[in-house]
Design a binder for this molecule. Structure first.
Ligand SMILES: C[S@@+](CC[C@H](N)C(=O)[O-])C[C@H]1O[C@@H](n2cnc3c(N)ncnc32)[C@H](O)[C@@H]1O
Length: 343
């Protein structure tokens, strides 16, 4: 007899592989899945993944969603195009730097030198002295080359939207909508910006896929103001996370919060199978949804567990405060008639 797989229970975080979700989550149970996968840009958690492996990860994870999503439910994927896709077959761009504008010449040695003179300073203060961005300081220290093959001459832009649309269609999920998330021009000082006609990296997408079935459209989920400012808008302006100190690729809390408020009701089950630091866990619990988080990396699982526990504790405390407040006010006005619906 085969081994029985552990079932994932709501309000928990699990160490696991997003590709295997269907073994752990019952079919037709998830009201919304919202996640941001590895982007194939050379982060630590994807260093050993080839482009083929990465595509396979996305394909298989999306396939699993065609099983576990409720009919009529949504899958929201936050992802960006690969802005520097190494392609040795591409003709070389023989571009001359005519204007000879000053390039960012901040080296790791310079950062270390300034830091040794100001050991108590934080990244922002060091950046101010060097006249560069915090991101430059961070990258010099961590050796984090955000653009993968940035220094290669033969790189092109690889669009990923069509790729994941096809994976979804192949398993019966339909692209329903997409939003652009405008972050901030985080890489203003980058060599990419100054040495080419390519724009700085300042937006990503949120692709929303739909599993055929009955879908409730309830405009009362949002206030009028929320509808006007973001619910009905294709472009979401949300500053990116400033300090990726505990996890290197967090999305801002506001991103999953919006998707959750727009596409689910309180009590619904929300999933993030690339849960990272647990941002979506915090968003879901704060919005009174149930939540399952999954990540392959044990240190992310620890972070997400902490985020989830904190959000659950806060929620309990708020309920307790509300209960005590209601009790106090009814004690203060004991003779006030109690309103009931019974005639
Ligand atoms: C872009 S990060 C997600 C960050 C998250 N949204 C946050 O705000 O912290 C992608 C995460 O996917 C995880 N990951 C990579 N491969 C995975 C896999 N096969 N299954 C589950 N998680 C995986 C990584 O460990 C990483 O934490």
């Amino acid at each position: 007899m085969g081994e029985v797989c552990m079932k994932y229970e709501p309000d928990n975080i699990y160490e696991g592989d997003a590709r295997n979700l269907a073994e752990h989550i019952d079919a037709n149970t998830v009201a919304l899945s919202v996640w941001s996968p590895p982007y194939h840009v050379g982060k630590a958690y994807e260093r050993d993944m080839s482009f083929f492996d990465w595509k396979n990860l996305l394909r298989r994870t999306i396939e699993a969603h065609s099983i576990i999503l409720k009919p009529g439910a949504f899958l929201a994927i936050n992802i960006a195009d690969i802005l520097c896709f190494k392609d040795p077959d591409m003709p070389r761009i023989m571009a001359e730097n005519i204007s000879r504008r000053k390039r960012n010449d901040i080296t790791r040695e310079k950062v270390l030198e300034v830091w040794s003179r100001h050991p108590g300073f934080n990244r922002k203060q060091i950046a101010a002295i060097l006249g560069c961005s915090e991101q430059t300081v961070d990258r010099r220290m961590k050796g984090n080359n955000i653009r993968g093959g940035k220094y290669e001459t033969q790189t092109r832009v690889k669009l990923v939207g069509g790729m994941i649309e096809q994976y979804a269609l192949d398993c019966g999920l339909y692209l329903y909508d997409r939003r652009a998330w405008v972050k901030d021009a985080a890489w203003e000082n980058s060599r990419w910006h100054t040495m080419s006609y390519r724009a700085v990296d300042e937006f990503e997408y949120i692709y929303i896929f739909w599993k055929p079935g009955h879908t409730k459209v309830d405009k009362d989920r949002l206030t009028d103001d929320e509808w006007t400012t973001w619910g009905s808008r294709g472009v979401w302006y949300i500053p990116s996370v400033r300090a990726n100190d505990d996890h290197e690729a967090k999305f801002p809390l506001e991103l999953p919060r919006r998707v959750i408020r727009l596409l689910t009701d309180p009590g619904d089950l929300v999933l993030d199978c690339f849960v990272g630091s647990g941002t979506s866990a915090t968003a879901a619990i704060r919005e009174n949804r149930r939540f399952i988080g999954v990540d392959v990396c044990p240190s992310s699982v620890d972070l997400a567990k902490r985020a989830l526990t904190l959000a659950l504790m806060k929620g309990k405390q708020e309920n307790l405060d509300l209960f005590q407040l209601t009790r106090k006010s009814s004690e203060a006005a004991p003779n006030k008639p109690i309103k009931t619906d019974v005639a």
